[in-house]
Design a protein around this ligand. Structure first.
Ligand SMILES: N[C@@H](CCC[C@H](N)C(=O)O)C(=O)O
Length: 325
């Protein structure tokens, strides 16, 4: 989970009250903001404040629901879907958030569309609410082109596994970062791909004993990943079941990561370990991922999305924070 100490915040604008909805999908939790009638004009410090579990609401990500551009509206794209990590950075995609987004816009009557199409920074997602309340997301096709992850292999040579490859990472190459011990001699091998956002997937024997908190930050900040990376730790149970923990870029380990589940299953299929429909058990719940294995085909993710509570919060002008005297 994101910690206040790790992110530290100070707000600089005049006090303002905003309404929010707290949601979760398999325990990956979100503050959802309705900006369809106009933007709140939030800065990274505001997102960090909202995500803060002690001084704010508490969330792994902040999701903003925005009106579509006129061009998107004409093309049947109903909303803009903007995502900020707990560290305040804007990111390209969030799978568990997409399911919550679909429930949110339906529960509030913002659209009747089902599936509803939304634009993220990385493309268009199609979100279908099922009769049982779960949501299936067409996540689009995975991206394997390294430059688009973006991943810079340098002089590394990949290890060939099945009909694909895994890349060696020397964790000592990590640029120095506070609080992380990246002196480990471990040379790990990761599958590298993008689900709109960057992922490195590592196979482990037992996720319960994986050193997620130690290795996660070292992988996230490894210099070969030019925009950092989400680090997935996958235990293959059998060809249709995996256990997964993800150390998320900009949020730390979360109870589940939707794009991480898609990335792990896609990697497992390409590496020859998994079949095309896989149940992913995370610490916060179960997701089902389906992919044909054809490179151009979309990945489909099905899982829960739940509203936890609604509220109003004042974004204070000068909040007392951990970096205040
Ligand atoms: N929790 C998400 C992923 C959120 C973004 C990620 N931390 C990143 O920086 O790319 C999911 O469910 O996919």
């Amino acid at each position: 989970m994101a910690t206040q100490a790790a992110f530290g915040w100070r707000l600089i604008m005049a006090a303002m009250k905003i309404r929010f909805t707290k949601m979760q999908g398999a325990g990956n939790d979100f503050v959802v903001l309705d900006e369809t009638q106009g933007r709140f004009g939030l800065e990274p410090a505001h997102y960090r404040f909202l995500a803060d579990r002690h001084f704010g609401v508490g969330a792994d990500q902040i999701l903003s629901v925005r009106a579509p551009t006129p061009e998107d509206a004409a093309a049947g794209i109903a909303f803009g879907y903007v995502i900020h990590n707990a560290d305040g950075g804007e990111v390209e995609n969030c799978g568990n958030g997409a399911r919550c987004f679909a429930r949110y816009v339906h529960e509030r009557g913002l659209t009747q569309d089902n599936p509803v199409r939304v634009r993220t920074a990385s493309g268009v997602l199609s979100l279908a609410v099922q009769p049982d309340g779960r949501v299936t997301v067409d996540m689009g096709a995975p991206v394997f082109e390294l430059a688009r992850v973006p991943f810079e292999p340098g002089a590394r040579t990949p290890m060939v596994v099945g009909s694909w490859q895994m890349w060696p990472l020397d964790l000592k190459e990590n640029r120095p970062m506070a609080g992380a011990n990246c002196d480990s001699d471990a040379l790990i091998h990761v599958a590298v791909l993008s689900m709109g956002n960057p992922h490195a997937v590592l196979r482990v024997d037992d996720v319960a004993r994986a050193e997620v908190e130690v290795l996660g930050p070292c992988i996230e900040h490894h210099p070969a990943f030019l925009r950092r990376v989400n680090a997935g730790f996958m235990q293959v149970v059998d060809r249709s079941n995996i256990r997964l923990r993800v150390f998320e870029r900009g949020a730390g380990e979360t109870l589940a990561c939707g794009t991480g589940a898609c990335a792990a299953v896609v990697a497992g299929i390409r590496l020859g370990w998994l079949d095309s429909r896989v149940d992913v058990r995370t610490r916060g719940g179960r997701l089902t991922i389906e992919w044909s294995g054809r490179l151009e085909d979309s990945v489909h993710m099905t899982g829960p999305a739940v509203t936890v509570f609604e509220g109003e919060i004042e974004l204070p002008e000068h909040p007392a924070g951990p970096d205040a005297p």
